[in-house]
Design a protein around this ligand. Structure first.
Ligand code: ATP
Length: 318
């Protein structure tokens, strides 16, 4: 029997005046899937998450959470989702316990169930040491954790996180990824937005890249990023040689399947299947090439990502 989708989205779009912030987005997420929403500033990530969370009405399209129509039955549908907005919704004059009890009651938790959910989420988000502090006095990283705790409190089937890694140091980012992974292993579907390809690469089962509200790329990371040497195709690397040499000279090295000169003076090499970059660098040095740089060739997805961001950067400076 097919599993019930956690999230179904059909032709979702939102317009602000004459501007299309998101166009015709359709999606389906199964339990345990983690979707990374990537895109430069203004791509439409927050607009998309706000609509999936039921915080912003779409101009068109529909959203179902566990089969419940988000806009037709908002109370029931929203109880099945947890949402961490870009700015965590925190009351600075409350203490952590008061705040989480308040959030829990809004989500329908009561009495012993509420108390045990609050205690569990405080442990899960590593907030024990700040439980007596006023929320307004917490650091940005801790405020982010509190925002995450309120999103997780009622054990949602769908977790929507708007740039959850923002303001976290590398250790906290790693803990956050572990936490999201544990929730996904328990069947929670996750959508999170990020500016960072590396963060998405570490965590997601699939990726959706937006630009100007349009879908630029969608796929699994395995199909988009060549992180591991591909035995059928051979690893691809870029080299810079000092003094410079030619693609023809490098193509004659036995570990190299093909070589192509790039505009920036580097040479792109496709290695023979089974050859790794360490073996290549050893052989190039042995053959007298002055190897100044050897780096992995960006994957198609990385190139798309850099191009997408590059275009935005140029627009921002124009
Ligand atoms: N309330 C609003 N009124 C008018 N325009 C808006 C509103 N909210 C968003 N927009 C516009 O919609 C587009 C998408 O914005 P959105 O915040 O969704 O992008 P984003 O990808 O989340 O960007 P960032 O990474 O900077 O947070 C932008 O052009 C933005 O200016």
């Amino acid at each position: 029997m097919p599993t019930q989708a956690v999230l179904e989205v059909q032709a979702l779009g939102r317009q602000f005046g004459g501007r299309q912030a998101l166009r015709e987005l359709s999606l389906r997420l199964e339990p345990g899937e983690i979707l990374g929403l990537l895109g430069p500033n203004g791509a439409g990530k927050t607009t998309c998450l706000q609509m999936l969370a039921g915080q912003l009405a779409p101009s068109r399209g529909w959203v179902r959470i566990l089969g419940l129509d988000l806009y037709g039955s908002p109370r029931a549908a929203k109880r099945r989702l947890g949402y961490l907005p870009e700015r965590p919704p925190i009351y600075p004059d409350l203490r952590l316990g008061e705040y989480l009890h308040y959030c829990g009651r809004l989500r329908g938790l009561r009495d012993a169930g509420l108390r045990s959910a609050v205690a569990a989420v405080i442990r899960e988000c590593g907030l024990e040491t700040v439980s007596r502090r006023l929320l307004g006095r917490l650091s940005k990283g801790y405020r982010q954790r509190v925002g995450l705790a309120q999103a997780l409190l009622h054990d949602p089937a769908l977790l929507l996180l708007d740039e959850p890694g923002d303001g976290l140091d590398p250790l906290q980012s790693r803990e956050l990824r572990a936490l999201i992974r544990r929730r996904a292993e328990r069947g929670c579907a996750v959508v999170f937005s990020s500016h960072r390809l590396d963060e998405v690469r570490h965590l997601c089962t699939s990726v959706l890249m937006l630009r100007d509200g349009r879908e630029l790329y969608r796929g699994t990371l395995a199909s988009g990023i060549n992180t591991a040497p591909d035995s059928a195709q051979g690893t691809r690397v870029r080299v810079r040689l000092v003094p410079p040499s030619t693609a023809e000279a490098l193509a004659a090295v036995e570990q190299v399947a093909s070589a192509e000169a790039l505009d920036d003076g580097r040479i792109r090499l496709c290695l023979q299947p089974g050859t790794n970059p360490a073996q290549l660098s050893h052989r190039l040095v042995e053959r007298g090439f002055g190897l100044a740089e050897l780096s992995p060739e960006p994957s198609d997805l990385e190139r798309l990502f850099l191009d997408g961001f590059g275009a935005m950067d140029q627009a921002a400076w124009a």
